[in-house]
Design a protein around this ligand. Sequence first.
Ligand code: MRU
Length: 386
Amino acid sequence: MTGLTSIRRSGDKIEIVNQLLLPHTTEFIEINTIEEAHDAIKSMKIRGAPAIASLAALAVASHLSRALQTEPVPAFLASSEALKAHVSARLAFLYTARPTAVNLGAATRRLEGTLRTAVGAGKEAREVARALISEAETIDDEDVGRNREMVKWGGEWLVERVRAAGGAGDELNVMTVCNTGSLATSGYGTALGLITYLHETGKLKRAFYTQSTPYHQGSRLTAFELQSLKIPSTMLCDSMVGSLFQHHGIHAVAVGADRIARNGDTANKVGTYNAAVLAARHNIPFIVVAPISTVDLEIADGSAIPIEQRPPLEACLVRGALYPFSLNAQGIKEQATVMVTPEGLEGVYNPSFDVTPAELITAIVTEKGVAVKRDGAKAFDLSSVV
Ligand code: MRU
């Protein structure tokens, strides 16, 4: 397993790797306040649906743990009602950092539930705070274990499917989009975890991944993870997916998800829908790999998923190390942000995610197993899975 990690925690100290600087500089930054956590998520220093949920939860835990050690005791610990008002406001604030990934809302709602239950049970403020800290740490801890479960389900299902179609099942070429590995989760990853699992079990021939512009989660982060894991892999520009499917034997596309509606419509990194349309055209299984917490049963279909629009400027810029490399005084590669468009472009379309209709999705893999559509159905019914 990769040693890469998105969040390091020790006691009430939280550090995140600044993903804006990867892969050329591995810099850990401390997150000391709720505001810093909010900013790190919004500015995408940390990204990936499970990772941002973990950071939001841990930021609340760290805030409360420090408050418990503060003298004089902060006013919000004077009573459970005062603590409830204080924590609820901060959970609501964290929830606004990014709108599409349901995991962030699921984590804040879960902590809100713990808060309400503990206060309702008549616990005193310090006990309520300790219950919240414990729940927040569980949210982070449980991510790695469920990733391990879902990739096993998905890996075995895919090998079986390829074998059933007459293929070897142990020389798989799998394409992915964006970054869904250790950097996007608390460890191992979802779709990239599936690729890692296939590699570890001797079933993978090669991983393919799109650059995932404009933020380059593929070329910066997935490239870095696959290289660290020594997994044979090939990068392609987002516009080359059709060409790849025409000229290479691709056995599956595996992607993560930011939110999955009840019928299986899936929001994921922009470009996922293009890949799904092309996969359908080429009869390539299209697999979504995500924790149950990514399924939003309150949303019937993808039309109700809020899609984050990123600042237009972000689509005009490329960030990276100066090349040929030059080192700064600390021996670190100089980085720069470069504008690739004319200055002051009037119109820029920059949605961060798109929605892939369930019709184009072959299977949705969670820690509970592999969901497929009933024969002839165009949609999933995920209400029985969650
Ligand atoms: O904008 P990002 O980088 O947060 O988008 C990430 C994705 O789209 C991932 O595929 C998704 O969050 C799943 S991560 C396991």
